[in-house]
Design a protein. Structure first.
Length: 156
């Protein structure tokens, strides 16, 4: 029996949550919403000031033929909310761990950058490379080991 897509997604959400808590040495708190009808997978808070952000996690277990990370994001994600972020992570099955590179993008910035994609398409397509310097996501690309620090910086 194979693992389902929804199981994969939930497992990655849990893995990211645990990673954030461990990386921050407990400075971040992570909660799971009771329902996921607004594209919020984790609520991440700063324990020192009670500020929080809403995190939608997009995970992939394989790459495109050219080695790019590609993900579809529903247009509903673009509902205005300055506290909502997307985190794109890759699970590398060869090493059985999250990949060393991820992308942390404020939802409003994500939607603005992709606003020229066809409006008839129900999703935005995120497409990036892990090391290239020429794509629009370079500024959002971070090392997985720096993710908690990047989130704490947002939550100052």
């Amino acid at each position: 029996m194979a693992i389902s897509e929804s199981q994969k997604g939930r497992v990655i959400e849990q893995l990211v949550g645990a990673t954030l808590i461990l990386q921050s040495n407990g400075a971040l708190r992570v909660s799971l919403p009771l329902v996921d009808d607004e594209g919020v997978d984790l609520v991440v808070g700063n324990r020192s000031n009670d500020k929080a952000l809403l995190l939608q996690i997009k995970s992939r277990f394989s790459l495109s033929g050219r080695g790019h990370y590609r993900a579809n994001v529903r247009r509903a994600t673009c509902a205005p909310n300055p506290n909502k972020f997307l985190l794109f992570v890759y699970y590398d099955t060869a090493v059985a761990a999250l990949g060393e590179t991820c992308w942390l993008v404020r939802s409003s910035d994500f939607c603005a950058l992709l606003s020229k994609q066809k409006e008839t398409r129900p999703v935005y397509v995120f497409d990036s490379t892990f090391k290239g310097k020429g794509d629009m996501w370079v500024a959002s690309r971070i090392l997985l080991k720096d993710t908690a620090a990047a989130i704490l910086k947002v939550l100052k």
